[in-house]
Design a protein around this ligand. Structure first.
Ligand code: PLP
Length: 374
């Protein structure tokens, strides 16, 4: 079977949709209107709160929207600075810029690829308002170190846990430790609603502010109809999307276990190669949203060759996030040497939940053959 045309495509990700998701979505489409139009949304928010162990949740139309509203609720605005890791998807930085604040990009750690607490502390200025801890590819930020810094300098510690459903930091779930957390249910994420997200917090006052913002600035105590107190947002999740989300939440253990099985398969098969994969420190659990390889710095490696080999084998190749500082609208930051060095050596491997072991082996054969040749 060396003929490419005979090889099935291996997608880098796709959702796990069962009869349950279809049944709930069908029910929402048929019956979820009028007096029932919030039922799946409320149920989804309740399931998510319980899963995470937080007091409040507001389902949103995207993870980006959840971050945007949460930061607005904290009063982040023009003149403020928010510190985040240089290796990140743009969605984490965009809401900071939309609020008129400045994303301050610091270097990341070589093992977790998440922001380096020492670099965070060095970047604090009188304008710093918050630290945005993004748990990259399921890997956890050092939450103890970041919480200590946040406390010492009186900063907000925010979690972008869009990639970290299933990740646990010493008995606390990713997304439940900061002043607020944001998740995404985009079609590539571990659980999906097509597009969607959620804002979570255990801070009652912040919840009230974000709830008002999420309702176009209308406070729930307001008795006048159509009376906003402030300019708010419209980032709501629909009942139809929430129906899919309810089914996914009922299957959350199975969906995270699927991701973990795939990661462990890769780790086992690639163990002897000169590369590192997502870490799982003692006392933590990694939800392994995306199994990622980082080829050792001293090994000659051309990522384009690996991408071409994947393509020839009908496998989706997905590159690691670029340092945000390398994008044209941000300032170049040569001092972020770890971020710059990681970028060219790293790739995500395909990992949809029910991926067959034979397909994982097929991916590993390509990785192995390319690394052996170089
Ligand atoms: C996916 C993702 C987002 C954005 O989520 P959307 O639902 O696409 O808006 C934000 N942050 C991180 C880390 C993500 O992976």
């Amino acid at each position: 079977m060396n003929d490419k045309s005979e090889k099935s495509r291996i997608y880098y990700t796709k959702p796990s949709i069962t009869e349950r998701e279809i049944r709930y979505a069908t029910d929402a489409a048929a019956n979820g209107w009028g007096e029932h139009c919030y039922e799946y949304i409320e149920r989804f928010e309740r399931q998510f709160r319980q899963h995470l162990g937080v007091r409040h949740a507001i389902a949103t139309s995207s993870g980006t929207g959840a971050l945007h509203m949460g930061m607005a609720g904290l009063g982040i605005g023009p003149g403020d600075e928010v510190i985040l890791g240089d290796i990140n998807w743009i969605a984490s930085a965009a809401p900071i810029a939309h609020l008129g604040a400045k994303p301050v990009l610091v270097d990341v750690l070589p093992d977790t690829w998440c922001l380096d607490p020492a670099a965070v502390e060095a970047a604090i200025t009188p304008r710093t308002k918050a630290i945005l801890a993004v748990h990259l590819y399921g890997n956890l930020c050092d939450m103890d170190a970041l919480a200590a810094i946040a406390q010492r300098y009186e900063l907000h510690l925010i979690e972008d846990a869009a990639e970290a459903i299933g990740s646990i930091w010493h008995d606390r779930r990713a997304g439940s430790m900061g002043i607020f957390g944001a998740f995404s249910f985009h079609g590539t994420k571990t659980i999906t609603t097509g597009e969607g997200g959620i804002f979570v917090t255990s801070d009652d006052a912040l919840y009230e502010r974000v709830l008002t913002l999420s309702n176009h600035g209308r406070a729930r105590s307001e008795s006048r109809q159509f009376w906003p107190d402030t300019i708010g947002f419209k980032y709501k999740m629909s009942n139809l999307q929430a129906a899919v989300g309810c089914a996914q939440m009922e299957r959350i253990e199975e969906l995270v276990a699927g991701k973990r099985r795939i990661f462990e398969c890769y780790l086992d098969a690639l163990r002897d190669l000169p590369l590192r994969m997502n870490p799982e420190a003692a006392g933590t659990v990694n939800g392994y949203w995306m199994p990622t390889i980082v080829v050792d710095a001293d090994k000659a490696f051309d990522r384009a060759t690996l991408l071409a080999a994947f393509k020839a084998d009908n496998i989706d190749g997905r590159v690691f996030f670029w340092p945000l500082s390398s994008l044209p609208f941000f300032q170049d930051l040569p001092r972020n040497i770890v971020s710059q060095s990681l970028a060219g050596r790293a790739m995500n491997l395909p990992s949809y939940h029910d991926m067959a072991t034979a397909d994982i082996e097929r991916v590993c054969r390509v990785v192995r053959s390319v690394l052996r040749q170089q």
